[in-house]
Design a protein around this ligand. Sequence first.
Ligand code: F6R
Length: 359
Amino acid sequence: DAEGYTHFMRKEIHEQPGAVERALGGRLDERFHTAHLGGLNLDAREARGIRRVKILGCGSAYYAGQVGAQLIEELARIPADAEPASEFRYRNPVVEPDTLYIAVSQSGETYDTLVAVQELRRKGGRVLGVVNAVGSAIARECDGGVYLHAGPEIAVASTKAYTSQAVVFALLALHLGRIRDLSPSDGRRICEGLRRLPGQIEEILKQEDRIAALAADLATYRSMLFIGRVRGWPIARESAQKLKEVSYVHAEAYPSSELKHGPLALVNPELPTVAIVPDDDLLDKNQSTLGEIRARRGRVLTVGHRELGDDSLVVPKSEPELDPILLTIPLQLLAYHAAVALGNDVDKPRNLAKSVTVE
Ligand code: F6R
């Protein structure tokens, strides 16, 4: 029973302010504007020797990993990228001693991610885990890591674990940044931004009724496009996947910049677009993309920091690096309410299992 909530997915979406508090719990250092992560098993000298970061996970954990790679590259200035663990394990990757590998998993039992970690360890790679389930198989295989402390996640569609993963990556990026090139003032800015997140998530959750009405309307379409640039790109991917999983409405995510290289051909009044448009240095570019879609009479729902047309979801402003954490939340509610409007089994979508422990 979902303890007073209609579904576990809704309960877990609403648990996010607390989940973020717990992910941050005791980890921010206000004096030196950094983060302390007890279980990393990585001293400052080793951390300064990292030349590359490779993040591995599946599904939403992989998208959180993409958010993490961007945060690490931005704040710690270490080249970083994310790859699906399920692909990595089949392609005989080059394992480098000065690369830090990070495995991300809510359950800690995803077989593809576990095998990727085992293969890395066999070849001498150093692997950290960003895991929710304490003592799980992946947590045990890693050299060190950070627990999310998000609490149990029951709904198949990941919500609070994704958000906590992104928060943990922000802490890790802050930590690595502050022993490398990140300035004290930028460190302080990120610390303060992280502290504000739980209250800002509460603000977003108050918009639920409006999002539910929009979702019921959008659920009548057969297909949707999700677009975003740079920080908006993993948000678009995660949000499209969430919609597909629980509502079974087809959704495709694209970088906004790629629209004119192909998918613009799809745009017509029958294909709505969800556009991630934060108030950042890419706002002008994003607005011109919206113009291209509207010129083809495509309906647009924007998610950002201001009203940008008929349908806009406005979230509180955060530090730009932390946008992926807040901007995803209204779209979790959108996916949830689309699924409810369509009468689906929200917590147990067809064909899916909570943790994929097989090949
Ligand atoms: C998405 C979802 C899946 C999982 C993926 C990884 O909502 O639930 O994509 O994120 O199967 O699972 P974990 O994080 O347990 O390794």
